[in-house]
Design a protein around this ligand. Structure first.
Ligand code: NDP
Length: 512
């Protein structure tokens, strides 16, 4: 791959290199440099220097580049999918659906919607003091945005936020995870080919310290990753009052009510519990099933999970579940399964990490029952291919347990009675809840997505997903006016009393 050669040869930091591994095989596939504070400062200066010209291109000029990039993504589908697979170990379909196709859609979406979302808004007012004046809310790019991303979806969660930030007229420095830095470099190459000026988007490879150095340099930080790192970033950003938007971890519950379509609920539980090796912030992490259908649901999930094909990612349709991406994550998954077993849970499917004779990071698709909230698998983010299922007496117990979590990212509810399903959904403390579905709300780029509680602050997608990269500026214009106005200096008792009377007349006639 061109990226490998380029970054290895051109790095000034031969001694500070990250060896990027294919997590499915353990093979080193590339080296990228570790950038330090001075390099990040130089990149920031460069990004700031080119930003005004990028902004001056206007929405149309920037949209042209993004639309070309959309076409580039479709022309380079195989290359993008393969580079994602090589650094994450995920199945071809996982890379296609949740990375490549998201990216294809996102370039077009922000090219089209940046302008309407950021167009000047006329505001009208009820205040008699400002009646007749022109009130406008406008959005100006903040300048230089830092995007720090995780390893689970190199296009969607890491590169994805760069797209609206750029569409708004900012320059961007992206710090991808040290585990998956290659996809971002391929996409940067694409954007340069599509006419994005050099320096408008830069990729800063390195470890956590590189991310910390980035926080010091930028006008806003968009972070996606663990809740623990999100707290550190927010604390660091507080030193300079740099705004942050945080997309953090989750422990997403699925609730299956007694009147659910059991086949659909079981299929989706397995699909969205195991999708991407379970390494999705909004994956199904725990399931609560009403007692009357519990046995049937567990039997269907067990059958489906047993039939999953796990193996080396290859061509389309060859496997269902790939490897895990981040070696320490395999330890967390194993710890959660062992903790559950020690406390009385039963493993119906899987339950083991890949054998010692097999290189790479593997954990079997795993189904656990007889679980409860004393177990880590029900309370802490597992982020692996596990599906713990708990029997509940009724919907009330399911709602109580679903909300018994510091997290509040996403959730799902299954019931043939959609009104009942929606009523339950409205009582779940989560940023997004699907009824008779799970996870795919993420593909509706018009629909805001963001976490409640310890799952984050701010949203991506929709209007909020681009406005967060802008300074909101309110403008008031007085067009036709007197040289002086009655309420101005010097204050006069008669005018003051008259104003009070008028305000009481306007606002004081309602009931207490
Ligand atoms: P981490 O929090 O470990 O890392 C995220 C990014 O932050 C990486 O690029 C990392 O660099 C960098 N980083 C680490 N320490 C610092 C620091 N002190 N200052 C600045 N940057 C730092 O998360 P993971 O990569 O392990 O991703 C998994 C987590 O992400 C899960 O909790 C998951 O739920 C969450 N997530 C949330 C999503 C959402 O939309 N809410 C979407 C996807 C994932 P390096 O990798 O080099 O250490």
């Amino acid at each position: 791959m061109a990226v490998t050669e380029q970054t290895t040869e051109s790095s000034a930091h031969e001694s500070e290199q990250i060896a990027v591994e294919n997590p499915a095989t353990g093979e080193v596939i590339a080296h990228v440099p570790v950038l330090g504070g001075d390099e990040i400062a130089a990149m920031a200066a460069r990004g700031r220097a080119v930003q005004p010209a990028w902004n001056a291109l206007g929405f149309e000029g920037r949209a042209r580049v993004l639309k070309r990039m959309q076409k580039w993504m479709t022309d380079n589908a195989e290359r993008v999918i393969r580079v994602v697979m090589s650094e994450t170990g995920k199945a071809y379909e996982d890379a296609q659906l949740a990375d490549w196709s998201y990216g294809v859609a996102a370039f077009g979406f922000w090219a089209k919607n940046a302008e309407p979302y950021l167009a000047d808004e006329k505001v009208s007012t009820a205040s008699p003091f400002v009646k007749g004046k022109k009130l406008v809310l406008r959005y100006e790019p903040l300048g230089l945005i830092g995007v720090i991303g995780p390893w689970n979806y190199p296009v969607t969660n890491s590169f994805g936020d760069c797209i609206p930030a750029l569409a708004a007229g900012n320059s961007v420095i992206l710090k991808p995870s040290e585990i998956t830095p290659l996809t971002s470099q391929v996409l940067l190459e694409g954007l340069l080919e599509c006419g994005m000026p050099e320096g408008v988007l830069q990729v800063a490879t390195g470890y956590g310290e590189t991310g910390a150095a980035l926080v010091e340099q930028v006008d806003m930080i968009m972070f996606t990753g663990s809740t623990a790192t999100g707290k550190k970033i927010m604390a660091k950003a507080a030193e300079t009052l740099t705004p942050v938007s945080l997309e953090l971890g989750g422990k997403d519950p699925m609730i299956v009510l007694a009147d659910a379509d059991v086949d659909r609920a079981a299929n989706l539980a397995v699909m969205y519990g195991m999708f991407n090796g379970g390494q999705t912030c909004i994956s199904v992490e725990r399931v609560y099933v009403e007692e009357p259908i519990y046995d049937e649901f567990v039997a269907k999930v067990t059958e489906k999970a047993r039939s999953l094909r796990q193996g080396l990612p290859g061509d389309a349709g060859t496997i269902d579940v790939g490897s895990m991406t981040f070696p320490p994550q395999v330890d967390i998954v194993e710890r959660h399964v062992e903790d559950a077993k020690a406390k009385g849970a039963r493993v119906l499917v899987g339950g083991h990490r890949g054998g010692a004779d097999r290189p790479g990071n593997w954990f079997e698709p795993t189904v656990l029952v007889d679980v409860d909230h004393t177990m880590e698998c029900m309370t802490e983010e597992t982020f692996g291919p596990t599906l713990p299922i708990m029997k509940v007496a009724d919907a009330e117990e399911a709602i109580r347990l679903a909300n018994d979590s510091p997290y509040g990212l996403a959730a799902s509810v299954f019931s043939k009675d959609v009104a009942k399903g929606e009523a339950v959904a409205r009582r779940i403390q989560a940023g997004a809840v699907c009824v008779n579905d799970a996870l795919i709300n993420y593909l509706a780029l018009e629909l805001p997505m963001g976490g409640a509680k310890a799952s984050g602050m701010g949203t991506r997608h929709g209007k909020g997903g681009i406005r967060k990269f802008c300074q909101h500026q309110s403008i008031l214009v007085t067009r036709f006016a007197l040289k002086d106005e009655p309420q101005m200096y010097p204050y006069k008792p008669k005018i003051t009393k008259g104003l009070q009377k008028a305000i009481k007349f306007m606002y004081g006639r309602g009931k207490r």
